[in-house]
Write a protein that binds this ligand. Sequence first.
Ligand code: GDP
Length: 441
Amino acid sequence: MFDRISDGFRSAINKIRMKDDEKSLKKALDELKKNLLKADVHFKTVKELLRKVEIETKKAGIGRANFLKALEEALKEILTAPGNYGFVYASKPPTVVMMTGLQGSGKTTTTAKLAYYLKNFKKKKVLMVAADLQRLAAVEQLRQLAEQNELDIFYDENAKNAVEVAKKGVEEAKNKFYDVVLIDTAGRLAIDEALMNELIEMKKEVDPNEIFYVADSLTGKDAINTAKAFDEKLDITGVILTKYDGDSKGGVALSIAHQVGKPLRFIGTGEKIADLEVFVPDRIVSRIMGAGDIEGLVEKTAAVIDEKEAKKLTKKLKKGQFNYNDFLAQLEQMKKLGSMKNLLGMIPGMGKMLKQLGDIDLENSQEIKKIKAMINSMTKKERENPYLIKESASRRRRIAQGAGLSVQEVNRINKQFQNAAKMAKKFAGKKIPNMDELMKM
Ligand code: GDP
């Protein structure tokens, strides 16, 4: 996710020698400057970062270790603006959040992503309010997102006034004891007075705990300028940067907090509902410096992996009973974690390797598509018992036909499946697998 910036850092670090050497420090700083500007980091932020790194490195003594430490500290300072990080709840629920931004920035999508994150990862009761009456399809879009992802929504089909809808939505959230209410507001193609007045009035009426500005990272410096304009009028409490997955430069994420003076709170990293990352400066710095983000990884997986289910599965595995239904259930759990690439990027040292790997997309993997097609052509009994398929050629033929696969492919996949179940039986519950046996897999 921060490839470009990480690369720039690495090449700057390589320029600095171990001993007291002003020339090599200057070279490293120049390299850093060049790379940060190339990555589209705001020039004022670059200047400030370099200033801090130079002062601190000199103070501690020129050398790689001190340079690295200074860089890490300076980055943290640049990324940290006064305000909250992560999602912070009001002392008295519901926590009221206004989601603001220009049209097309990803506001509606992000509203659903945030609701999904709070519901599934933080176990909160979340209500989304469709108060974007400007863009014709916005209410319908939020309704669909709610339906697809089992999220709660408040909308009013006959509403003419967005402020009224927002007020009613917050009332509903209070009456039904919601923890959080996320209000999707109207955007415009550009900032205009009517839009701002609507938002200012809404703010007055619903008295939000948070006002998030949703910025499209692909708009580069404009994202920073519009965020500033919204902040001047609304006094926003944080920024959410969307479409970071498509941003090959990535510098906006590094400069926006420093330039706007408000913290970057979340980053959108894809079109899917789970593609939202919490932005915590320390963790991000650790990722940029190539040290991974174990804390973030643990938080993500712990919320998705249901302990009871995991125990049940281990029990089944021990008996060699892993079947096609279990496979589908596991796949669903994995999907909740979002992009595999982002997830693996949180593991120390994986960042660089991942670049060669490309994205591992569970939903678009050819092999998984085949397995899913196979499962769709199976009877209930076959899903529960892969051995039935092994024992009957006519079953295999029928499944192959239904799935649009060859009989050989069905054989191969089913055999793999049984082998995996056998192996799982051997290893389930054992802490350290026998290497010899592992090699045979
Ligand atoms: P709104 O007008 O601000 O409500 O924008 P939408 O929520 O409709 O989003 C506009 C487009 O951006 C949609 O096609 C979204 O799927 C897409 N989008 C939003 N966030 C992201 C993101 O983080 N990554 C990618 N790749 N696309 C995104």
